[in-house]
Design a protein around this ligand. Structure first.
Ligand code: COA
Length: 286
């Protein structure tokens, strides 16, 4: 069993910090001494946007579920408690690293998400990182029709692809999510790229950053009919190349299900797992 301790540099973990970057301005983020609280009054069903991000692994989970209930969970309509923390290392394939497993309610959902950092970040000079992209094994993006920007074609293509991800088909929710993203685009904190095949949107990716040193690649989606042909790999490489051209020293993070298949794709592109985010979800009003 790996050591359970919080990741050092960013309190609460670099993966959780990056995850917060991906939320639009409708998510209110407040920092307390031992946790960060996220509240999204406009979308009580936005689970990851109505959450507590703990700075350290908890000694007991139940008090935090209660804390969520009394704070974030007080928003009308929030019916799931979401409590997350981050531990150093790769916990894929292991049991949930709860500090006190007996204290986890039996009906709690536990998810492990890998926080992966683009490995050339370890190179000392920023120019080395851009050069490293040339060595990545991915289809040549020049061969693809890739568009970005805030124009309607890109935004509607991106929105349509959310419905193909297997993350739910609530059109209203994805419309709201996409509007949040557009706000970040307008604030110059987000870029969206869509790859088209014969004029039809086939793959999308977005990249958010905090205007300082941290960026996250998010919501990599390829339409099921176009999977396994290198579209997602090419788009991620394209996004990294464009982002690093303007921000060569940004750290780049991607989050993936610890035991999901996308992790292998990201590893092939040069991302390495540095930490694991543990998320506990539970009915907010049992
Ligand atoms: C994960 C996802 C984005 C991958 O999209 P994709 O366009 O199929 O990705 P790629 O084609 O670039 O890579 C997928 C695999 O196909 C392989 N592949 C790439 N080009 C290929 C080609 N020309 N012929 C055959 N296989 C190829 C890749 O080697 C890769 O294998 P690997 O994962 O073992 O490295 C897609 O499956 C998806 O949308 N899933 C649902 C949403 C999701 O879970 N997103 C991830 C969030 S973390």
């Amino acid at each position: 069993m790996p050591t359970v301790r919080a990741t050092g540099a960013v309190r609460g973990g670099i993966g959780l910090a990056a995850e917060r970057l991906g939320h639009g301005p409708a998510v209110m983020v407040t920092t307390a001494s031992d946790h960060v609280a996220l509240r999204t009054p406009t979308r009580p069903d936005h689970f990851s946007g109505n959450a507590l991000h703990l700075h350290e692994p908890p000694t007991a989970v139940q008090p935090w579920l209660d804390r969520h209930r009394r704070t974030v969970g007080a928003i009308p309509g929030v019916d799931r408690a979401f409590v997350c923390w981050e531990v150093a290392g790769d916990l894929a394939g292991t049991d949930p690293p709860a500090a006190a497993p007996d204290d986890l309610p039996t009906d709690a959902g536990v998810e492990l998400v890998s926080a992966m950092v683009w490995r050339p970040d370890l190179a000392e000079r920023p120019t080395d990182r851009v050069a490293a992209l040339a060595a990545v094994d991915a289809r040549d993006p020049d061969d693809l029709d890739i568009r970005s920007g805030a124009d309607d074609k890109v935004l509607s293509g991106s929105r349509a692809l959310y419905l193909q991800a297997g993350w739910g088909t609530d059109v209203d929710y994805w419309r709201w999510h996409s509007a949040q993203q557009l706000d970040l685009v307008v604030a110059r904190r987000c870029d969206i790229w869509v790859a088209y095949v014969m004029g039809i949107p086939a793959s999308r990716v977005s990249l958010m950053h905090d205007r300082h040193s941290l960026a996250i690649v998010e919501d990599v989606i390829t339409h099921p009919l176009h999977r396994g042909r290198g579209l997602a790999s090419a788009l991620v490489v394209h996004a990294l190349r464009q982002h690093l051209a303007d921000h060569p020293d940004h750290g780049i993070v991607i989050r993936a299900d610890a035991d999901g298949s996308a992790r292998h794709l990201y590893e092939r592109l040069g991302f390495a797992t540095v930490a694991t985010d543990v998320s506990i979800s539970h009915p907010a009003r049992p």
